[in-house]
Ligand binder design. Sequence first.
Ligand code: IPM
Ligand code: MN
Length: 373
Amino acid sequence: MDLVTKKIAVLPGDGIGPEVCRQAVKVLDAVAERFGHRFEFSSHLVGACAIDATGNPLPDETLAACRAADAVLFGAIGDPKYDNDPTAKVRPEQGLLRMRKELGLFANIRPVTAYKALLKHSPLKADRIEGTDLVIFRELTGGIYFGEKGRNADGSAYDNCTYSRPEIARIAHLAFQSAVSRRQHLTLVDKANVLETSRLWREVVRNIALQYPAVTVDYLFVDNAAMQIIVNPKQFDVMLTENMFGDIISDEASVIAGSMGLLPSASVGAAVAVFEPIHGSYSQATGKGIANPLAAILSAAMLLDHLGLVAEAELVREAVDEALTNNILTPELNPTAPYTTEQVGSYVAFWIADSNEQQWNAHNIAVGVSTII
Ligand code: IPM
Ligand code: MN
């Protein structure tokens, strides 16, 4: 692979966003060093911190930087002071939703893997989840999230859910293409027994399926899917669904991986793509060094894939596997001898910078006393 120069806009956001992003950037720096690439990072405000600084959860400067970048690394947004104030007119989440809409990020891709080393950490039985390898394609710029919403004169409230055929078709094609390259199985998750939008999803997906004869298609109501994902997650390969169902089942699926702190995601669409952990800003943990940086680091791996740097992405995943195997993990996964956010990031970065070195001591590397680098 030729050496490359790429501009990466980093939007750390709120809560633990900045600390996990710092580790992902450290890992990307290690990749750049190892492969001789050049990644130019710039940092921009989004979410509650952007409201505090500018009054706007997605300042124009941030949006312009995203558009000018080759890829965007996103942390998390949200702050309890808004969660607890239903009357707030300006909210951190508006920044994220507007960014998705403005950048045309219509597909959110969330892979879920049951890591062998972590089987014991899942509250689910190991034999049920072992071997799980599924990917959720969540529609991201339509549906109830973006429909008309408001209050009526009688004090009631409404959120409308609308989908057009092209909105469904464009993400369905991405999901089918992914299924072709995986295990040729796609499950559409909907609520077609009740919702008209879901019936439209079925109609469009059924037609598109004709273009992908190798792919077996199943249709599952979301309530049943929520149960099946816990009872028998191995049955799934590609799951395709609308915005809100995807939000809910992807949090649910994170239980399979053993921690919310492990699930990365890619949001793709028209032009630039955004890579972000699926977890939120976890404000209670801010600055304590207990946040798991692996979801952010695995999001960076998806970013590398997207830039065509496939060997680089694979090396990041290997390094993460190594951290999992050696128990170099934050307290939610390693309560007895936990490592900090920073130490887990350093371990992964050191491993990437020199994965041929057999002599090093895992613990020393994580705590930064290695003499290798
Ligand atoms: C996610 C988050 C967001 C969503 C929130 C923060 C608006 O939960 O990315 O899954 O609901 O899409
Ligand atoms: Mn969510």
